[in-house]
Design a protein. Structure first.
Length: 1135
């Protein structure tokens, strides 16, 4: 209201009005002080200004602090008045009332502007006040804000305060503060380092060198790089930019680093904070382990290791998501990296006993707390144990041994993990006693050593005779009531099998089975009983009785069905169950109908259960357990869980391959049930359908091989052709073609129908299907009973197909025609080999480079209908690499194991419809690929490591500073230019179409794409390019060739300009951003931007000024801005 009244007073009379207002207001209330501040903000003349300042000073001294703000210039103020005001504001800064402290902050901020008045004693008071504020959590935000303003005072003389608390508070703000506080701390750090580097007495406080002070410019440069990396990783948080920081992280953490180690722990500690994105934390954590991060062996590192690294590294998701199958063994990659890192830390610290002891106790305390993910304890303990084994000087003390022995009694772990912890702790105690010979061992440790010796002797003795079931940890413990009841049920299974030899009555057998099943359900399906029960339930002698006893048969069928349901979550049951069903069905064929084997096969075909995460972790742990000592090799996965589920999958396929020998009707019924959902699917089907599985078609293929000769093949072939015409997934198409070819081989008269479909003129309706028909026809031409007439008709039909307007058909015909010609030459089909047109086409196709180095998928989908018709090719053939939707459910080794078990039983089995075949041959290497891979940093040819003063670009998606736009050039005129646009990294056809359009419209000389033939044929590209590609030279530039291409253009005088937001990018349109006349413009990918290897080739980097919240532009939009700026600067366009 007062401001409104003053605005109504004429300017000439306003000073007198303000003086009258000053004389009229009091000095007791908040409103009075507020009026004083308001009058000061109206900026009256100097005399009035001095009166208002004097009034504010009196109010401060009198305790009236509310709403006091000093925003005017303090030049010319008397020193005594300035000191009194400064001291009063400093005292009020620590006031509990927020409004008071905030007002005092504003006062101090204004006083800092007049820093020439500040004495060293006053600066000391500021630092003392800041320390008190920083020590209280509620006032830290205010403290860092004042600190930031204070460090930029002209005469602050900060080097007097560069003691440990100064730097500790900065590190605390960086590690635990929010984004604003971290930015404040980074600015304070930069200014403080610059001041310290210029002062002889302070430089040692920021430098890590103990042999003397290194180059001061290099020190400042490294701290600046640290701040940039910190901002990129912790504040920016873009994963692709975080990855690009790896070189700089390596430099900062190297022995050549001039930074003090405490700062190096602050960065990864902040990056591993739970508030950060999981992907970023995972990259930083893996980098720590991969680079063996340990700048020094100080207690600061111990604190980082305990408080930041281990809480991240022991997360369960890291272990469950990194399970990988390598050389037939399931490994936990994160766990393996953790083992190696902990082993490295302890080995490196072995020359520093105190640090070694601290590290060991950190690890053992974490394990003893028993709050970590169960399997994390396994890998942490293994890292400690391996370090102990390779470090002879390392000896565990009494307290550490006590912690180990307490771990040995850990009962709440899963069984394999429990056995591992027990045996590893016992062995560590034994090895430590051997190393510390002569020392007195405690009673607990002595018992542990004795127990290890007993276990080792037992395992060595059982290696040849077989180890009793049960975990090692519970072998000497008192059995629980649950264990007793489970053992009783297993004994009843043995009794049942013995009684069968004595003609057990069906009713008695049913009673015993129901009793066992009751225990099985009551005990919630315990593993040991589950693994034994199927062989007892499906003993051939018992199942024969089901043929005469309907009640017993119903009970057995119901139990088998329930066991199949239980195997959905307990996959270790699959192998015992399926193997038992297979043996009884083969031994007593009539039981296949009683047990409804068809339903069991269909149930697993629809959904073959996969091992749970817990079971897979146990599997991975078993390999770690076996590595503890040679005697523990017997403690394999099979010891704990029985045969792997892959053996059950092999048994399922093998059983299906033998069904036709005894029951062809069941085979036909099973085939119809398998194909029914495929024939009734929606049209068009999605690429990936959740109900489809490779196993379904594998079983259907085995059924097709066993269809009786009386079966009507025409209907089956028609059904398979229909499914093939719809199916989009390559691996499913491969199996369907396999089935169709095998049926044509069995029933030759149906081959003639192929030509009717191949010579059709309508190639546009389903080109993929026509391409498949060509594959089938050429495969049939390679069979022994193929005739020359068939080959001649096929060759004639493929001539027009090789010129088809549909790319799929044209390419397939060109790939298949040379194969057909090879067949004709081997069979002496002269009608084909002597045909001039045929030989000319064949010679032309063979002259193409791509024919000599075919794409990988051409090697994967090769199929010989006779030689490749094997179980080995069926379960692990190269065709599995056509897509990555499923992994093989079993391997050739599983069939070998299955047949070995059959041989041991000695029972004769009906023949299989498909031979096992030889082991799979390796896929030939090929240099060609239909789609070049995305460019990533090549580990075989890494970029040179960063140097302290390196200017390599580091991506930072920061907002560009504002700058006025340059005026347009009025002398624009059209003329040719030397602007090349590189879009090889861009993936989206929509964006590429837009880039073609805007490049041509704004006069670019050429556009380079990774794969022009593929890109220019897509509807997405054509819909946006609107024929611009017909007027613009478009060249192929595969991504792997990009760095070499850019280097070549630079040698020709071009300047490589990268469009990327980095810490050295120029703002497009600013005075300092002048684009050269000859430019190669590189555009980054939509997700990852420009990779480091390409950035290294860029001589200039530019970015577009952005003022909104969104951090990036679409690639075609950004390219258009750059092209227009180039046109504006170089006089292009004229309009």
């Amino acid at each position: 209201m007062l401001r409104s009244l003053l605005q109504r007073v004429p300017q000439a009379d306003r000073t007198e009005a303000i003086r009258a207002a000053i004389d009229s207001i009091g000095s007791d209330g908040t409103a009075d002080i507020g009026l004083t501040v308001l009058l000061l903000s109206e900026l009256p003349d100097d005399e009035t200004k001095q009166a208002l300042r004097a009034r504010l000073l009196r109010l401060l001294e009198g305790g009236q602090t509310e709403l006091v703000r000093a925003s005017a210039d303090f030049s010319g103020v008397e020193p005594e008045s300035f000191d009194r005001l400064f001291n009063a504001a400093l005292v009020l800064l620590e006031h509990k009332a927020l409004i008071v402290s905030a007002s005092a902050h504003e006062v101090l901020a204004s006083l800092f502007k007049a820093s020439s008045h500040l004495l060293r004693a006053q600066h000391q008071l500021v630092w003392a006040s800041l320390q008190r504020l920083l020590a209280q959590e509620h006032s830290q935000g205010l403290a860092y804000a004042i600190w930031l303003r204070w460090v930029f005072c002209e005469n602050a003389e900060l080097h007097f305060f560069f003691e440990r608390p100064y730097w500790d508070f900065l590190r605390q703000g960086l590690q635990y503060g929010d984004s604003e506080r971290r930015k404040q701390c980074l600015a304070i750090l930069k200014q403080s380092v610059a001041i310290a580097a210029s002062d002889e007495s302070s430089i040692a406080k920021i430098c890590s060198s103990e042999d003397g002070i290194t180059d001061r410019t290099a020190i400042v440069a490294q701290y600046d790089r640290f701040c940039t990396v910190f901002e990129t990783i912790v504040l920016g948080r873009y994963l692709n930019q975080v990855i690009e920081c790896e070189d700089d992280l390596r430099l900062l953490a190297s022995t050549d680093s001039a930074m003090q180690a405490e700062w190096l722990y602050t960065l990864p500690a902040s990056s591993l904070h739970p508030a950060m994105q999981d992907a970023n934390r995972k990259f930083i954590g893996n980098w720590i382990m991969r680079s063996r991060f340990q700048p020094d062996t100080s207690e600061a590192f111990i604190s980082f290791f305990r408080s930041s690294f281990l809480p991240w590294a022991t997360q369960g998701s890291l272990f469950t998501s990194s399970l990988r199958l390598e050389a037939g063994c399931l490994r936990c990659k994160h766990g393996d990296r953790l083992i190696e890192y902990i082993q490295h830390l302890l080995q490196r610290s072995s020359s520093h006993p105190a640090i070694t002891t601290l590290l060991i106790n950190v690890v053992l305390d974490l394990l003893a707390a028993r709050r970590s993910f169960a399997y994390a304890n396994v890998y942490i303990l293994e890292g400690l144990a391996r370090a102990f084994e390779v470090s002879p000087p390392m000896i565990l003390e009494f307290g550490e041994l006590e912690k180990l022995t307490s771990l040995a009694s850990w009962a709440a772990l899963p069984e394999v993990a429990r056995d591992y912890v027990l045996l590893r702790c016992l062995k560590l105690c034994r090895d430590n006693a051997s190393r510390a010979a002569g020392s007195v061992q405690s009673e607990v440790v002595a018992k542990a050593i004795t127990r290890w010796n007993e276990v080792e002797a037992m395992l060595k003795g059982a290696a040849g005779e077989g180890l009793p079931a049960g975990t090692v940890a519970t072998r000497h413990s008192e059995p629980s009531n649950r264990d007793v009841r489970e053992d009783a049920a297993i004994e009843l299974c043995h009794v049942l099998r013995r009684d069968r030899k004595q003609s057990l009555e069906p009713r008695d057998a049913e009673t015993k089975l129901l009793e066992i099943w009751t225990d099985l359900e009551y005990l919630e399906y315990p593993k040991k009983l589950l693994l034994f029960f199927p062989s007892a339930l499906l003993d051939p002698r018992l199942v024969r009785k089901t043929l005469d006893s309907g009640e017993l048969g119903n009970s057995v069928v119901e139990m088998v069905r329930n066991l199949q349901l239980v195997s959905g979550t307990r996959t270790y049951l699959i192998s015992p169950l399926v193997c038992a069903v297979r043996l009884v069905v083969m031994a007593v064929p009539a039981t296949a109908a009683v047990l409804i084997a068809k339903d069991l096969i269909l149930g697993y075909a629809e959904h073959l259960p996969e091992p749970t995460v817990d079971l897979r972790l146990e599997d991975a742990t078993s390999h770690v357990l076996q590595s503890v000592a040679p005697a523990l090799k017997v403690l394999s996965y099979e010891y704990y869980f029985g045969p792997r589920e892959t053996l059950g999958a092999a048994a399922l396929l093998d059983m299906t391959s033998r069904l036709g020998s005894n029951d062809s009707d069941m085979v036909v019924s099973l085939l119809d049930s398998l194909l029914e959902p495929w024939t009734c699917q929606t049209v068009p089907p999605p690429t990936i359908s959740p109900w489809k599985s490779t196993l379904q078609l594998q079983l259907a293929l085995l059924c097709c091989e066993q269809v009786p000769s009386s079966f009507v093949y025409e209907g089956l072939l028609k059904k398979l052709h229909y499914i093939l015409s719809l199916e989009p997934l390559p691996r499913f198409r491969y199996l369907l073609i396999w089935m169709i070819v095998r049926l044509y081989i069995k029933y030759e008269p149906l081959r003639a129908s192929l030509f009717g479909q191949l010579v059709t003129k309508d190639h546009h309706s389903n080109p993929k299907y026509v391409a498949s028909l060509m594959k089938i026809a050429v495969m049939l031409a390679s069979t022994e009973n193929a005739e020359a007439n068939f080959g001649s008709k096929l060759a004639a039909a493929m001539i027009p197909l090789a010129a088809s307007s549909k790319i799929i058909i044209r390419h397939e015909a060109q790939w298949r025609f040379p194969v057909l010609m090879d067949i004709a030459r081997s069979r002496s089909w002269n009608a084909i080999t002597d045909n001039v047109a045929f030989t000319a086409l064949d010679d032309y196709i063979r002259s193409l480079d791509l024919f000599e180095q075919p794409p990988r998928e051409r090697l994967l989908d090769r199929f010989d209908p006779v030689k490749d018709h094997t179980l080995t090719n069926l379960v692990e053939g190269p065709w599995y690499g056509l897509d990555n939707t499923e992994e093989p459910i079993c391997r050739r080794e599983d069939f070998v194991d299955l047949y070995k078990r059959d041989a041991e039983l000695g029972d004769g089995l009906p023949p299989s419809c498909m031979p096992l075949g030889a082991p799979p041959a390796p896929i030939p290497a090929t240099a060609a690929s239909s789609e070049p891979p995305l460019l990533v940093d090549d580990p075989q040819h890494p970029l040179p490591a960063s140097q302290p003063n390196d200017s390599r670009a580091l991506q930072t998606k920061g907002s560009a500073s504002t700058s006025p736009a340059l005026p347009p050039n009025p002398h624009l005129r059209p003329h040719p230019n030397n602007l090349i646009v590189i879009a090889s990294l861009v993936e989206n056809p929509h964006n590429l179409g837009g880039l073609s359009r805007i490049s041509e419209a704004l006069g670019a000389s050429s556009l380079h794409l990774a794969n022009p033939p593929k890109t220019l044929s897509t509807n997405a590209f054509l819909s946006l390019s609107v024929a611009s590609h017909l007027h613009l030279p478009i060249h192929a530039l595969p991504i792997p060739a990009l760095p070499a291409f850019l280097a070549a253009r630079r040698s020709e005088g071009f300047t490589v300009v990268g469009l990327e937001q980095t810490d050295r990018s120029l703002i497009l349109g600013s005075e300092g951003c002048k684009l050269p006349g000859r430019v190669v413009l590189v555009l980054g990918s939509e997700r990852g931007g420009i990779p480091a290897r390409v950035l290294a080739e860029c001589g200039v980097l530019v970015e577009i000024e952005q003022r909104g919240v969104t951090r990036s532009l679409n690639v075609q939009t950004a390219a258009g801005v750059v092209l227009f700026e180039y046109m504006r600067q170089h006089g292009m366009g004229g309009r």
